[in-house]
Write a protein that binds this ligand. Structure first.
Ligand code: ADP
Ligand code: MG
Length: 347
């Protein structure tokens, strides 16, 4: 790393970047500047030519409403990289927005979910390299989330972090700068949206798009009873008449509708705590669990976990940005956080 330190701040090489390439959102942190990009992980591709028409917010607007010749895709939807070529082009598109010129090749810290296979990880590293990084460092996502949530990752006492993204949920216990115990499932906020779509379809014969389902989740979704239950009006297409229709759904019925994916998240956390070394169990009772990722914002999820597991649970500040904040911290403190960065490769 001596060489790396020497290169720090050399202007022509640009400021280093940290990238959280999430299944739902991609965020980029730039050294000395903070979060400079926060866009949905969506691209719009022209069918036939394969040309990338738009990425991020603009492409997300097109999800579910594109004309026949345009495809709006979420290349990371089901976990890691489901479409390596499109993922790479999306990443390059985003990185190009933040680097001053193509000649500038920053170092890049990239997050990978804790349970990726070697092949998937390699695909991410290659995508990062081809998007213009001169050197790629990998950090495990739960570690980045824990650092971003200000947990004391280098201490002996274990910290527990649960990161709930669009397509994945990761639970990890961290002590002395390493992951002691981790579990991951390919299920997250997307499955909650799908459960809402299925419920509204079977209960009201109403067809909803992904984005409407997500809006409903954000406005009235919950994982634990509320003192004041909510309701919202939902618009979609009536399956029998084919015409637009509006119905009112309550938070109580939605809670039942999304119970299956919520329960899977709860059980994943329980299973991770169940198999942890006994010394660490005591730490969890003291320090509790911190929730990160957009899924942490589901109303009452913290309460539900507290209720089921009997340990303190809190939501990190700005949970959608915890991972990129944590990887950003690594970029700012490359030297001192070197040991949490794994598999660094020279190109
Ligand atoms: P990823 O890391 O996979 O890109 P994020 O951490 O960005 O995922 O979280 C995206 C998920 O969080 C989506 O499923 C989104 O619907 C969900 N989400 C965002 N805000 C809320 C909210 N207020 N309530 C419930 N879920 C939310
Ligand atoms: Mg994430």
């Amino acid at each position: 790393m001596a060489g790396v330190r020497r290169l720090r701040g050399w202007p022509v090489l640009g400021r280093d970047l940290a990238v959280d390439l999430g299944t739902a959102n991609t965020l980029v942190y730039q050294q000395g500047r903070g979060v400079v990009l926060d866009e949905p992980s969506v691209v719009a591709i022209e069918v036939g030519s394969g040309r990338l028409i738009a990425a991020g917010h603009k492409a997300r607007e097109m999800l579910g409403r594109t004309p026949a010749h345009v495809h709006a895709i979420r290349p990371l939807q089901d976990g890691v990289i489901s479409d390596a070529d499109v993922t790479e082009r999306m990443l390059r598109y985003f990185v190009d927005q933040v680097r001053p010129s193509r000649l500038v090749r920053p170092r890049m810290v990239v997050c990978v979910p804790s349970e990726v296979t070697g092949v998937e990880r390699r695909a991410l590293e290659d995508a990062a390299t081809r998007s213009g990084a001169r050197r790629v460092y990998v950090i495990e996502e739960p570690m980045a989330a824990a650092i971003g949530a200000d947990l004391p990752v280098n201490q002996t006492a274990a910290s527990t972090v649960v990161d709930i993204g669009g397509g994945t949920t990761d639970v990890a216990m961290i002590s002395l700068g390493g992951i002691v115990n981790a579990r991951s499932i390919r299920l997250g906020g997307d499955e909650i949206d799908e459960a809402i779509i299925a419920h509204v379809k079977s209960e009201y014969s109403l067809l909803l798009g992904e984005r409407s389902a997500e809006d409903i989740k954000v406005s009235v979704g919950s994982a634990f009873p509320m003192t004041q239950e909510l309701s919202t009006r939902v618009r979609g297409r009536d399956l029998t008449t084919g015409l637009p229709k509006t119905v009112t759904v309550s938070s109580v019925e939605l809670r039942r509708a999304i119970e299956a994916p919520v329960l899977q998240i709860v059980e994943l956390v329980r299973a991770t705590l169940d198999v942890c070394p006994p010394e660490l169990s005591g730490d969890v009772i003291d320090s509790g669990i911190v929730l990160t990722g957009g899924g942490a914002l589901l109303r009452g999820l913290d309460e539900r976990l507290r209720h089921e597991l009997g340990v303190p649970v809190r939501v990190a500040d700005d949970p959608l940005r915890a991972v990129v904040r944590g990887s950003g911290r690594c970029v700012e403190e490359f030297g001192s956080l070197e040991r949490v960065l794994v598999g660094n490769r020279q190109f």
